[in-house]
Write a protein that binds this ligand. Structure first.
Ligand code: ZN
Length: 137
């Protein structure tokens, strides 16, 4: 794992949350992106070499909607940058972690992403992310 790439924060209303985080950080977000496969709208703020990702559900059966229903708004996941996501998945499986999607999927902000079940990591949903290169399929 190279560094914490971003923290994902589940929010009910991304417009309202954007106002809060713009005030908190003292500057504006740099990107908004809809991830249709996850039924979420994401919005990114830079924070030094790390980022914050606000996540708002686009439908009731989105994982974010379910999360907020159960636990309320708050930190949803911690994302780590990796160089070789498939090698990390193999390594973590070898260590006994439960991987939610072994096949990396396209996430927001031009990343391949894999999630590790929170039960494997003391209640924290862990995301691995690797930059998508132009020659990746
Ligand atoms: Zn994320």
């Amino acid at each position: 794992m190279n560094k914490i790439e971003h923290l994902g924060i589940a929010v009910k209303d991304i417009s309202e949350a954007t106002k809060v985080y713009t005030k908190l950080l003292g500057y504006e977000h740099y990107k908004t992106e809809v991830v249709e496969s996850e039924a979420v709208t994401t919005r990114f703020f830079k924070c030094g070499e790390n980022k914050l990702e606000l996540l708002e559900a686009k439908s009731e059966d989105s994982a974010i909607a379910k999360y907020i229903e159960k636990r309320g708004e708050g930190i949803h996941h911690v994302a780590f940058a990796v160089d070789d996501i498939r090698a990390e998945v193999e390594r973590l499986k070898g260590e006994g972690f439960r991987i939610l999607n072994e096949e990396p999927k396209r996430g927001a902000d031009n990343k391949w992403v894999v999630f590790v079940h929170p039960k494997s990591a003391n209640g924290v949903l862990v995301e691995l992310c690797q930059d998508i290169n132009n020659n990746d399929k």
